[in-house]
Design a protein around this ligand. Structure first.
Ligand SMILES: C[S@@+](CC[C@H](N)C(=O)[O-])C[C@H]1O[C@@H](n2cnc3c(N)ncnc32)[C@H](O)[C@@H]1O
Length: 238
């Protein structure tokens, strides 16, 4: 994302009394294309309405391991993962409505049955989940918030990781990836210093890019700009 383009809106947001709460996203209003608009209606059963409570209860097989993806963007990689792993349940959380529409369009076309999506702040959704209930939390190419005064909006931060850890099951994993080197260093610094998390690549290392993680839109953009991709997989050990 080009943060420079978003800058004026962010400054406004920071100064509004009713928006004092620090969020990790910017809501962007972009028009829906025809198939996206139709998909919101046709594949309504794939969309959960906030508040949702325990995400597991919305699946035909609630006992199956749950993966939650935060900020799936346009959702293609999430649909591919859900299709490739029918023995798991997937929930994608996103605040970008064209992304929600595109994701349900692709999931519906691919007849994916183990995926639900919702339009909400992932932090609020996680807070509603019972502790120790999620098998995997994915965060792929989160907004890097490059300017120092916006670092507080970065998703990977100790207070947000405390929430993530409490919702993961023992041995559950947190998987993040970024193409922004300073954010990769930042992630490693936060995650390697969480006593309840174990770096699956060994302290100080990024994880070799797993071939089972499909390419995402922002990853492709990063690669086209010559950026290095860093994956991190951490297991909850306590
Ligand atoms: C840079 S984009 C990456 C999208 C996608 N993962 C990819 O790799 O192409 C980050 C996305 O995260 C979403 N996002 C950020 N914070 C979020 C939150 N707290 N809850 C839900 N979505 C969030 C934004 O709306 C944005 O679409």
């Amino acid at each position: 994302m080009n943060n420079d383009q978003l800058e004026p809106q962010i400054v406004d947001l920071d100064n509004l009394h009713e928006h004092r709460e620090i969020v990790t996203f910017m809501r962007r209003s972009s028009p829906l294309n025809t198939s996206q608009r139709a998909a919101l209606e046709q594949y309504r059963d794939l969309i959960l309405e906030y508040p949702v409570g325990d995400l597991r209860q919305h699946f035909e097989h609630p006992e199956r391991p749950l993966t939650v993806e935060i900020g799936f963007g346009m959702g293609r990689s999430l649909v591919l993962m859900a299709k490739a792993n029918p023995e798991r349940n997937y929930v994608g959380i996103e605040v970008h409505v064209p992304g929600i529409a595109q994701c349900v369009y692709e999931a519906g076309m691919a007849e994916v049955k183990n995926l639900k999506v919702l339009d909400a702040d992932a932090i609020k959704v996680l807070k509603e989940m019972p502790d120790n209930s999620i098998d995997c939390i994915q965060l792929y190419f989160p907004d890097p918030w490059q300017k120092k005064r916006h670092f507080k909006r970065r998703f990977v931060a100790h207070e947000r990781m405390e929430l993530v850890e409490s919702k993961l099951m023992l041995n559950g994993t947190f998987h993040s990836a970024t193409d922004w080197e300073p954010y990769a260093e930042w992630m490693l610094d936060v995650l390697d210093n969480r006593p309840n998390l174990e770096n699956m690549a060994g302290k100080g290392n990024s994880y070799p890019r797993p071939e089972w993680r499909p390419l995402t839109k922002f990853e492709r953009r990063g690669l086209e700009s010559g950026h290095k991709i860093n994956d991190f997989i951490f297991k909850k050990i306590g």
